[in-house]
Design a protein around this ligand. Structure first.
Ligand code: NI
Length: 207
């Protein structure tokens, strides 16, 4: 799959970004900022984002590195532009399936389009950096196809399933102003992490 990855190394207290992909930012020097995350209730989370028409009109590298730093700082596995008050159609996510050891492997999708492969769905618990401390049981398609641009503007496509498909659907929703709370598999399956762990995860009784 041609996803453009940023591999994040954090060794010897130094933060270095390197990439696997079309081009490399080895020793790309910049000051990376941790961005403020918009929380549930902020209207920016409900707005539809705009396509990026001209990739060179914005400093995408800076945006992506700042988003990466912010996501890692908050232990998230995905982050979409509206969550950091940006209006571009861009999201990043970590892909645990291809991470190894100390490396954190971050994928970047610009102007993504997703499509279900069939009608099969799956329910699982999701959290969101914009809804901290809470979890919801969310219904998602099991398998999806996506197309997007990578950071160099090259078209990329892929077919993914399971957690990978779930993360992409969650982040894609953010670009359309949709939060997981509007996709709950069961209207009551939403709450604080501790209570969900206690009353739901060990107990299948959802009534
Ligand atoms: Ni989210």
């Amino acid at each position: 799959m041609g996803i453009y990855h940023i591999v994040y190394y954090n060794a010897n207290n130094q933060i270095n970004f390197k990439t696997i992909g079309i081009f490399k930012f080895i020793d790309y020097i910049l000051i990376v900022s941790i961005l403020k995350i918009a929380k549930l209730g902020h209207p920016v989370l409900l707005k539809k984002t705009k396509e990026i028409n001209n990739l060179s009109s914005i400093d995408l590298k800076k945006i992506v590195f700042d988003m990466s730093e912010t996501m890692i700082d908050t232990n998230g596995i995905g982050l979409a532009a509206p969550q950091v008050h940006l209006t571009h159609r861009i999201f990043i996510y970590r892909n645990p399936e291809i991470e190894d050891g100390e490396k954190i492997n971050i994928s970047v999708l610009l102007n993504p389009v997703i499509e279900k492969i069939n009608d099969e769905t799956e329910d699982d618990w999701e959290g969101c950096l914009s809804i901290p401390g809470m979890l919801g049981l969310v219904r998602r398609y099991k398998q999806i196809k996506f197309t997007a641009l990578d950071l160099s503007g090259k078209k990329i496509t892929g077919e993914v399933k399971g957690l990978h498909a779930r993360v992409i659907q969650h982040e894609f929703d953010h670009l359309n102003g949709i939060l997981y709370t509007s996709r709950l598999a069961h209207k009551n399956a939403f709450g604080y992490l501790e209570e969900i762990e206690k009353f739901w995860k060990n107990n299948n009784d959802k009534d």
